[in-house]
Design a binder for this molecule. Structure first.
Ligand SMILES: Nc1ncnc2c1ncn2[C@@H]1O[C@H](COP(=O)(O)OP(=O)(O)OP(=O)(O)O)[C@@H](O)[C@H]1O
Length: 371
């Protein structure tokens, strides 16, 4: 027993003679080890390679540390060391993401400044650099891009740059931009992109306009932009109101004035169902919220009862009371303003003349018209 203990403490004294056969075999094996050609270590080698792969993106300092640890050769520690490396990698990834986000925010700010776009709201999507991004960022179908080319539109207008990404990201929106700045395309394109294909599920989008003329014009624009797809785009005419069984009307997008649509909502029979509407646009919304149209506009907004509806307000001016009323029904809306809020369009020339009196005012006006 004692002998056994000393054997453990002092190590092995190998009797070369007695174990000559084994010794010869052992020696052979040792030589092979020295050559470095033995397969036994291949498992660790493989592990080393894996460890190297893990640290590839980590900085050099950390890489050296891992190598030093590897020299000690304790695979069990190597294994546990890979945990902090992974955690560091995750932190580094987060840092990189944050840096990229900051860079993106700077790019967005620059672009907005360049085009006079002002936004407010949470996480406002980046403005479009060009129409090509409709395809790269949002997978826009080729027929829509083709229509842009046919219409001769090369670059998005400022309101289109910002309002389109907002609506495509499923956000509700207040948009204010001067007359003639391309607001129609800004709300029609995202609508067509989101609706994707015609469907028999009833009316899926409504565009409300304050006059019949504007409704007719918007319908024409909408049809031009949708060319190449079989969307059923209908204008609410007097005839349609009188003779249509709205329960059977094949229609994807309906354009109407609030008054006409309200009458169809209130019909006793064959009335219109707006409960599946996914997109509601109030064009020239400041006019739709005027006293004469407010009640009718309100009944249309209420009839569009789909909880996941996306509502948007487009207008050349955005009075505070319109925004206040609209905010009571809209969720997490983004406000997009091109130019100054409620300022006249830049294309309108303004001049201040000191007239002195009422008479002087008339004189100044006459003179101005004569110029
Ligand atoms: N990206 C674009 N590039 C060139 N022209 C465009 C672009 N987008 C729209 N337009 C054209 O600009 C004109 C004005 O557009 P639109 O009627 O949509 O303006 P709007 O802002 O809705 O004006 P309003 O306030 O009078 O309704 C139209 O003739 C339209 O075809």
């Amino acid at each position: 027993m004692e002998k056994d203990t000393s054997f453990l403490l002092t190590g092995i004294k190998f009797n070369k003679k007695r174990f000559a056969g084994d010794f010869a075999r052992f020696k052979k094996r040792k030589q092979s080890n020295d050559d470095g050609s033995v397969d036994d270590l291949s498992y660790f080698k493989r592990e080393d390679t894996e460890a190297e792969n893990v640290v590839v993106s980590v900085n050099k300092k950390r890489k050296r540390k891992t190598k030093a640890e590897r020299v000690e050769g304790f695979s069990v520690f190597k294994g546990s060391d890979s945990v902090p490396v992974v955690i560091n990698e995750a932190t580094e990834q987060e840092e990189n993401n944050q840096k990229e986000l900051n860079r993106q925010n700077e790019r967005d700010l620059r672009l907005r400044k360049k085009y006079g776009i002002h936004v407010s709201g949470n996480n406002v999507p980046s403005p479009l650099q060009g129409f090509a991004e409709l395809s790269t960022r949002y997978g826009c179908e080729s027929y829509l891009l083709h229509n842009l080319v046919k219409l001769g539109f090369k670059e998005p207008t400022p309101i289109q740059r910002q309002a389109i990404p907002v609506l495509l990201s499923g956000r509700e929106c207040f948009a204010k931009a001067p007359t003639g700045s391309g607001k129609t395309l800004a709300f029609v394109y995202p609508m067509l992109m989101k609706l994707k294909q015609p469907s028999k599920d009833g009316i899926r989008a409504v565009i409300l306009c304050h006059t019949r003329e504007l409704a007719a014009q918007t319908t024409r624009e909408c049809k031009k932009m949708a060319k190449g797809n079989k969307f059923r785009i209908k204008l609410m005419t007097k005839e349609l109101m009188r003779n249509t069984d709205f329960t059977k009307l094949p229609c994807d997008i309906l354009v109407s004035t609030p008054r006409r649509l309200q009458l169809c909502i209130c019909k006793k029979k064959k009335k219109i169902d707006l409960s599946r509407v996914e997109y509601l646009v109030l064009d020239e919304s400041d006019k739709l919220f005027e006293r004469s149209l407010l009640e009718q506009t309100d009944s249309v907004v209420k009839a569009c009862s789909n909880p996941s509806i996306i509502r948007s307000l487009f207008s050349a001016t955005l009075p505070d009371f319109v925004e206040d009323v609209a905010r009571t029904v809209m969720h997490d809306a983004v406000r997009v303003i091109v130019g100054d809020k409620n300022a006249a369009s830049e294309s309108i020339k303004q001049k201040l003349i000191f007239a002195g009196s009422e008479e002087g005012k008339l004189l100044a006006l006459r003179q101005s018209f004569a110029e």
